[in-house]
Design a binder for this molecule. Sequence first.
Ligand code: UDP
Ligand code: MG
Length: 154
Amino acid sequence: MERTLIILKPDCVQRGLCGAVLERFERRGFQIAAMKMMRLSRRLLEEHYAHLKGKPFFESLVEFMSSSPVVVAIIEGKDAVEIVRKMCGATNARNAENGTIRGDFALSTQCNIIHASDSKETAKKEIERFFKEDEIFSYERLLGKFTYSKDERE
Ligand code: UDP
Ligand code: MG
């Protein structure tokens, strides 16, 4: 099954919304393959947000992302990358649709609750960046056959 990386950002942890956000992925049918709390170092953030280096908000973003511990997790399921991104909503939370995570929980472009990998290639890189092999769990859930049809599970 496809895997994607999410980060519950400092605003999510500080506002006590981790459970509410994770619940959405679980209720949709996604499975958690890995999860841990960590404080992101400047070095790791400069790598993670390398494509944004030079943007006027870069320094402020690094400061924000290291201002509190975050929760990093791997979400697993069919088409996880695309669906999880859709569930997050637009980057600027003020433009995010109601019903999306950002649209329901945030009002800021920076403090927008969650990071999610933006493509399959990025997901692979980000999972390797944040997790060691032995921190990632492959397991079958008893309710799996009520989440997907037989064909979809293969
Ligand atoms: N960001 C910001 N100001 C901006 C654009 C982005 O502070 O004008 C922050 C915001 O937290 C965003 C992150 O930088 O989630 C990464 O930006 P990206 O364009 O990759 O958005 P995302 O993929 O998170 O929707
Ligand atoms: Mg992005």
